[in-house]
Structures are given as C-alpha cells and as structure tokens.
Design a protein around this ligand. Structure first.
Ligand SMILES: [Ca+2]
Length: 338
C-alpha cells in the first residue's frame, strides 16, 4: 500500500513544484542480483554469532528499491520476513539503523514521527526536525504513507500531542496541499512580506504569531530566502535574532529550524550531526535518523557543509564518536572521507 502511495506522490510531484535535485551517497548497485544478496544475507543471519559485516556490506550499499527487492527474494528463499529475521539477528543501534534502511524514506519519516508521539509525552526535538525540514512535496507523501501505515491522519496525531502556537505552526506545516508554497515574494512583494514580519514581531509589543506562522508555513524557499536577506537591512535584528527575541521554547526552536532550512538545509543537518556527536557518547538516535533519512537524498552535500563548517569531515567525526558494527554501517552510508 505504501508503495502505491509513494508512486502517487511522485505523480503529484511531476506536475506540482519542481523536484529538488538529489545528492545521495547511497545509489543503486550495478550488477545487482537480489536473489544472490538474499542468499548471502540468509547465510550471514544463520552464521553462529551472526555475520554482521556481510549484512552491512549488502544493505548499506543498495538503493531503497533494491533493498525491497532483496526482501522479496529473501522471503521466497528463506520463507521468512527479512525485517523479522533482521530483528532477531541484530540488536541495539545497528538493528535500528538496518530496520530504518528497510523502509522507504517516506515510510521511515512516518514511523519516526509516530514514534516521537507514542505513549505519554512527546519527543518534540524529533517532531520539529522532521516537520520543519521536509519540503511540501515530501510532507504530502509522508502524510499519505502515515495514513496507510497507522490508519490515522498525521494531523490528528500532531494536534493531539502538541498545544498552543507550537501546535498551530506544526499543523500549518503538515496541512500542505498540492499547489501550496506559492507565496509570491517577487519584487515589491518581498518588501511587503518583510515589513509584515517586522511589524508582527520586533516592531510591536508582543508578537503576532499568527502572521509569522502564515508566512513561514508557506515554505516558498527561494522567495523566503530573498525576504530574509532583505529583512537584514530592514530590521535591527536578522530573522533568527528576531525569533529569539520574540518567542520561546518549542515555538522558538521550530521557527529557527525553519529559517535554518530555508537558508541552507544541508548545513542545518550537518550542524545537527555535529551537535549529536559533540559529547563523548553520540546521540545515536539523532545520528541514525539523519544518516538513514538523507543518504538517498542529500547526504553528499551535507558532508560538504560539514567539512566546511566544522573543519573536520563527517567520516572522521563518525569514526571518533561511534563504535563497532554500528560505526561500520554509518561509515558505509557516509560513503567516503572528505
Ligand atoms: Ca515584539
């Protein structure tokens, strides 16, 4: 079902907005033989103590579509579901990473969103990262896949788990529809939007959050980039400083994430990765999520931004801050040193 949804999503894309160019580190393998891969994985799983290396070598060097083909062949060959078999054979962070790879990007995003809202309490950090960084086109596919997977509307779960202006912003971002994102900021319009942002925030007492939400949730990336550039000479504070002055908590974090993604999405992810690996033990959940969800999207450019900003390659940083088979899998997804 999810696959059909994604196919429909792609159709929408083709006559909707322009598809973003991709900069993957994981690309389809040449001379691909799913039956051979499936047999090798079966042997690796049955090996005493499990041959993780073979599983990593295969699954981190195949495209998502190829992994699905391997899963199909595996089930035919071993009469078992590959995901179930991997769950039994692997554990900890490596298991989470491999199971993530067995999902499509949209299925993975949908399940990460679901997990962030599961049970008591909410993992706001994850929720903000995914909702504020995905494009309108990606969000439309995620919503459809979410409904297929969990039989519930993403909007309903977000509304049930958040409150106040934070909820309003996230819902505005989730409730995209085909043809949205058309905020026109060309020419004199960009000055008007600039003045709207300024009047609603820094200029007045308190903040007219509704106006900020309605402008920022449009995600008209090139237009808003122009607006924020112009805003610098319009307001004594740039957009990020204005956000920090005007709002607090999760709402502040969300607006900042949006602006950072409008300005340079790959730098945003590079900084998140760096932050997650700053302390001695890496925040493996964050590292796994970014590496798995971006490896077939833009991880190559994230690597470039990482090196430029942090003067150290992503590869070396992963090598220093993670260990074991989990590290091997991450390094393979990373695809090389810079
Ligand atoms: Ca104000």
């Amino acid at each position: 079902m999810a696959l059909v949804s994604e196919f429909l999503g792609q159709l929408t894309l083709s006559y909707g907005g322009e598809a973003e160019p991709k900069f993957p580190t994981v690309v389809p393998a040449r001379d691909f033989d799913p039956a051979r891969d499936a047999a090798r994985i079966d042997t690796a799983i049955k090996t005493k103590g499990v041959d993780e290396q073979t599983i990593i070598d295969i699954l981190t060097r195949r495209s998502c579509e190829q992994r699905k083909e391997i899963a199909f062949e595996y089930e035919r060959y071993a009469k078992k579901d590959l995901v179930v078999a991997l769950k039994g054979a692997l554990s900890g962070s490596l298991e989470a990473l491999m199971l993530g790879l067995m999902k499509s990007t949209a299925e993975y995003d949908a399940s990460e969103l679901k997990a962030s809202m599961k049970g008591l309490g909410t993992d706001e950090e994850t929720l903000i990262e995914i909702v504020c960084s995905r494009s309108n086109e990606e969000m439309m596919v995620i919503k459809r896949v979410y409904k297929d997977m969990f039989k519930k509307e993403l909007e309903k779960d977000v509304a049930g788990d958040t409150s106040g202006n934070f909820a309003k912003l996230l819902l505005a971002l989730v409730e995209v529809s085909p043809g949205s994102g058309g905020l026109d900021c060309s020419g004199s319009r960009s000055l008007q939007v600039c003045s709207c942002l300024y009047e609603a925030g820094v200029k007045r007492k308190g903040t007219d959050v509704a106006t900020w939400i309605s402008i920022m949730s449009q995600r008209s990336v090139p237009h808003l980039q122009k607006v924020f550039e112009r805003y610098k000479s319009y307001s004594p504070y740039d957009m990020k400083e204005s956000i920090r002055k005007e709002v607090k908590g999760d709402l502040e974090k969300s607006f900042l994430t949006l602006v950072e993604c409008f300005e340079n999405k790959q730098l945003y992810f590079a900084n998140r990765l760096s932050e997650a690996m700053k302390s001695k033990g890496a925040k493996e959940k964050v590292v796994t999520r970014i590496m798995v969800s971006r490896c077939e999207v833009d991880l190559m450019r994230i690597r470039t931004e990482f090196k430029r900003q942090h003067k150290r390659s992503l590869y070396q940083t992963i090598a220093e801050h993670t260990k074991g088979d989990y590290q091997k899998a991450l390094l393979s997804l990373c695809g090389g040193d810079d």
